[in-house]
Design a protein around this ligand. Structure first.
Ligand code: NDP
Length: 328
């Protein structure tokens, strides 16, 4: 169809936004034939910087960019949006306690959930990138009672992509030969990147690697701490890769995952794999036409079980903390 897809991006003047907007506008989401309209939300002090970014978008003369609207009012910006990419979040600053961070973000995602509930299109899908992404998604979901729960997800696709890249480097395979990677749990240092169900060139990845020590002591911590390693090297946090993963996740959600593969998405649990119902936790999912299904029937051994349980326990703690704060 040539009706523009209305895509909202929050925190649009931030680092991730600076990479994300240009790729969205150039057709990375739905291809060169489907125009998109950008709806960009920022906090008031960042609107001037956002105007500068929009000048650059104009200057790219992207054929697929049908329009751009900016503002600081969620009810205006989210009006009629089909896809909302919630990137803006309050970063942890010096001396800020965990509770302060959760309440600052709680306020943002409560308001945005309510606004989406009021004004988004009936087919809206919401992807949360801003951290703590899983719990922010839970807050937005809880505050948008008229939007089906399965329309919310939090980003673990960057972790998924990082895991594929590390496994490809270790085995000498191309990234395209790696299938069925899974990130379980929270988008945090407790996440569990699972190679035991992954494949390298059609063979079981753990068997191809044949080195439990590498998996436990190298692969898992490297993937889980990659964000910190990038800050250390680059002097600022990963932005282009986070933007790229945000697009990968949204594209696969809308257009579908490959038939011989799955992707990782943090979605509201239905109790699968012992993850308490309602927690927004990362699972292996297949996607098709804007919906997702958790891959069922995977054998979870004791090692994987303990890793999944630890990350899910952290999610439950975050949920309890925001419940105590009255945010959900
Ligand atoms: P970034 O654009 O670098 O990051 C935005 C968010 O994405 C942060 O919460 C960050 O988490 C998160 N994130 C998720 N995955 C990753 C990843 N792999 N690497 C890096 N970040 C990741 O932040 P900026 O500070 O440059 O920009 C944020 C913008 O959001 C600002 O312009 C601010 O004004 C805006 N904002 C807008 C709001 C709104 O629209 N209502 C509300 C709050 C802020 P982490 O902090 O853990 O790095």
């Amino acid at each position: 169809s040539s009706t523009p897809l209305k895509v909202a991006v929050t925190g649009a003047a931030g680092q991730i936004g600076y990479s994300l907007l240009f790729r969205l506008a150039s057709g990375a989401l739905l291809g060169a034939d489907r125009p998109i309209e950008l709806r960009l939300l920022e906090i008031t002090p960042a609107l001037k910087a956002l105007e500068g970014v929009v000048m650059e978008l104009d200057d790219c003369a992207f054929p697929t960019l049908a329009g751009v609207e900016i503002g600081d009012d969620a009810n205006t910006i989210f009006d009629g949006v089909n896809l909302a990419l919630l990137v803006g979040a309050r970063p942890r600053s010096k001396g800020m306690e965990r509770g302060d961070l959760l309440s600052a973000n709680g306020a943002i995602f409560t308001a945005q959930g309510k606004a989406l509930n009021e004004v988004a299109a009936d087919d809206v899908r919401i992807g949360v990138t801003g951290n703590p992404a899983n719990t922010n998604a839970l807050i937005a979901m809880t505050n948008a009672p008229d939007i089906p729960k399965e329309r919310f997800s939090a980003l673990t696709r960057l972790d998924h992509n990082r895991a594929i890249s590390q496994l490809a480097a270790k085995t000498g395979a191309a990234v395209t030969d790696i299938k069925k990677m899974t990130i379980w749990g929270n988008h945090s240092a407790t996440q569990y990147p699972d190679v035991f169900h992954a494949e390298v060139g059609g063979r079981n990845a753990a068997e191809v690697v044949g080195d439990q020590g590498w998996i436990e002591n190298d692969f898992i911590p490297t993937v889980a701490k990659r964000g910190a390693a990038i800050i250390e090297a680059r002097g600022s946090s990963s932005a282009a890769s986070a933007a790229s993963a945000t697009i990968d996740a949204a594209r696969d959600w809308l257009l579908g995952s490959a038939s011989d593969d799955w992707v990782s998405m943090a979605v509201a649990s239905d109790g699968s794999y012992g993850v308490p119902e309602g927690l927004i936790s990362s699972f292996p999912v297949t996607t098709k036409d804007g919906s997702w299904e958790i891959v069922q029937g995977l054998d979870i051994d004791d090692f994987s079980r303990s890793k999944i349980d630890a990350s899910v326990a952290e999610l439950a703690e975050e949920r309890d903390a925001v419940t105590e704060l009255g945010l959900i």
